[in-house]
Design a protein around this ligand. Structure first.
Ligand SMILES: [Zn+2]
Length: 550
């Protein structure tokens, strides 16, 4: 059976790669149509047409859709259900330059690439014949092909299959996860309607070497999370002729960056697995024009990876760090000012600055105390106007809301306001503390034992590349969710997350992906043997182990 499966997956991977499905474009619909077509051709769905359907994105200008299918085992009464997810979109193809027309044609592209100078490793992989190149082949048409082929194999013997599967093929994963975010409420509904008992979610997005020369093949039980903490820095402007009369927001922002950027102290460690440290994605002052006046405000934000820290904990950590940064700037300024006064024979005075860092929630409450519900109305109105402005993204909208709330505050002294900008991806840490988590860990480990191969299979806890898996769980503690909500100004305005449904699902996850290299580069490539022969077997065995376990 497995050699047949491998052959099917290989053919289908190439066929699906041929369909361009660039995120954020109409072409995404071509790919979901193809997935629908492929599934609808299976006798099982011909017999059960209601088990296969299109699900529209919520509020989408492009009218994109996801494909949802259900497989109900007929061997016995077993409500256990697994959710399989795969994304159908890819990143763009402009990186292929002159070979753009071949980007989605793996067979021709592999030939064309022989004509260009490639990095050493890519060149060797190309020459080896072990790899297929192409946009999306690795991330993640092969994964979609794997699930479709496994469903084909399982439904052929549906009388022998115990338990149920839901397969959701979702788009916009490389963008704003519009597909998955519309599927999440659907999953909650299906559970009610069908009586499904969800056990776990399986994804088979790409898996790559973790470092140069890394020979391991990874299975990830769990996934990394991501927060985007942002700072609105309010200094005090001054004329350049009297620089010590002000406090420069650029200097404060710089001090925050120095303290946090790539600082390993902020890595989130769980079971010895270390997240990436925070990294700045933006830092700028907000002065619109040139003038001989120093700036008054600045902003910066970080990509912040999590393994177990929750939004409330990260917020507190960052408020403290920004406070230390602020205090260090004041200390430095006093030191410099003193030297300057001594050298100039001026009387020495202590500078008036006090370090002050607060959360957006604190700011909001302070302003609300002053002006009451008028604040809610003003912000609501502003948000509605901002959403209409196409040039603004969720980060810009967040900042403009923070600016406005601050503007309405009677206190004009220097302050740093810490808040969250979108997106938010919760981490999922599968500790094995409840039955579902234990079952998943056992089932995957058993599958690894059962699959006999020459590769070194290693299971780890956190899928390191942000993925849609994050959305099948959220912190269970409502206090944590509240802290997030109260400190994310764009939430419920320009940015939406089905937090309640995510909490309701609260599922452990695993990613068992194909192997390849250079996702999101023109040298994106899939290693054939592991991807077609080993990974699918691991997925298949994991499915059976999970549904059979009690
Ligand atoms: Zn992907």
């Amino acid at each position: 059976m497995f050699s047949n499966l491998a052959k099917n997956i290989e053919e289908l991977t190439i066929e699906l790669t041929n369909i361009k499905s660039v995120v954020g474009t109409k072409s995404e619909l071509d790919m979901t149509a193809k997935v629908y077509e492929k599934l609808s051709q299976l006798p099982y769905f011909k017999n059960n047409p209601d088990y296969l359907y299109k699900l529209n994105f919520i509020d989408d200008d492009l009218n994109r859709d996801s494909i949802v299918s259900m497989v109900k085992g007929e061997k016995d009464e077993n409500n256990k259900t697994l959710i399989l997810i795969a994304h159908t979109d890819t990143v763009g193809i402009s990186d292929y330059g002159a070979f753009k027309d071949y980007a989605t044609d793996p067979l021709q592209l592999t030939d064309k690439l022989k004509e260009v100078t490639l990095a050493k490793e890519a060149k060797a992989d190309l020459a080896s014949g072990d790899y297929l190149f192409g946009r999306g082949i690795f991330d993640m048409k092969c994964g979609v092909a794997t699930f479709i082929s496994i469903i084909e194999a399982i439904t052929k013997n549906i009388k022998e299959f115990s338990g149920n599967l839901i397969f959701a093929a979702v788009g916009d994963e490389e963008g704003n996860s519009g597909g998955m975010l519309s599927v999440v409420p659907e999953l909650v509904e299906l559970r009610e309607k069908e009586g499904f008992e969800y056990q776990a979610v399986i994804d088979n997005d790409y898996m790559a070497p973790r470092f140069k020369g890394d020979e391991n093949k990874y299975i990830y039980i769990g996934t990394v999370g991501k927060l985007l903490p942002a700072f609105y820095v309010v200094g005090k402007e001054t004329h350049v002729g009297e620089p010590y009369n002000g406090i420069d927001p650029n200097q404060l922002a710089g001090a925050i960056t120095n303290r946090i950027n790539l600082n390993v102290d902020f890595c989130d460690i769980a079971e010895g697995e270390v997240s990436l440290p925070p990294v700045t994605l933006r830092q700028r002052d907000l002065k619109p024009e040139y003038s001989a006046q120093t700036g008054r405000t600045a902003t910066l934000y970080f990509n912040y990876a999590t393994h177990q820290k929750t939004p409330d904990q990260v917020l507190e950590l960052l408020i403290n760090s920004a406070d230390e940064a602020f205090a260090s700037v004041i200390e430095d300024l006093n030191k410099q000012y003193k030297i300057f006064c001594q050298k100039s024979n001026y009387p020495i005075k202590e500078l008036p600055w006090k370090s002050r860092v607060i959360s957006y929630q604190t700011l909001y409450n302070k302003v609300k105390e002053e002006i009451g519900v008028e604040l809610d109305q003003k912000i609501e109105k502003l948000a509605n106007e901002l959403i209409e402005r196409e040039e603004l993204d969720d980060r810009d909208i967040s900042l403009k809301i923070v600016e406005e709330v601050h503007k309405l505050w009677s206190d004009k002294e220097p302050v740093i306001i810490v808040y969250y900008a979108p997106p938010y991806y919760p981490h999922i840490f599968v500790e094995g503390q409840n039955k579902k988590e234990k079952n998943l860990l056992d089932s995957v480990n058993k599958a690894v034992d059962e699959v006999d191969c020459e590769y070194r299979l290693v299971s780890r806890k956190f899928y390191p590349y942000i993925s849609d898996l994050s959305f099948v769980s959220a912190p269970k503690d409502d206090g944590v969710i509240n802290t997030l909500k109260e400190n994310m100004p764009a939430l419920g305005k320009s940015y939406d997350l089905p937090l309640k449904e995510m909490q309701q699902l609260s599922l452990p996850v695993v990613n068992i992906g194909p192997f390849g290299k250079d996702a999101h580069q023109f040298t994106e490539r899939l290693q054939k043997e592991y991807s077609f022969q080993v990974a699918p077997k691991l997925v298949y065995k994991t499915i059976f182990n999970l549904l059979e376990n009690d």
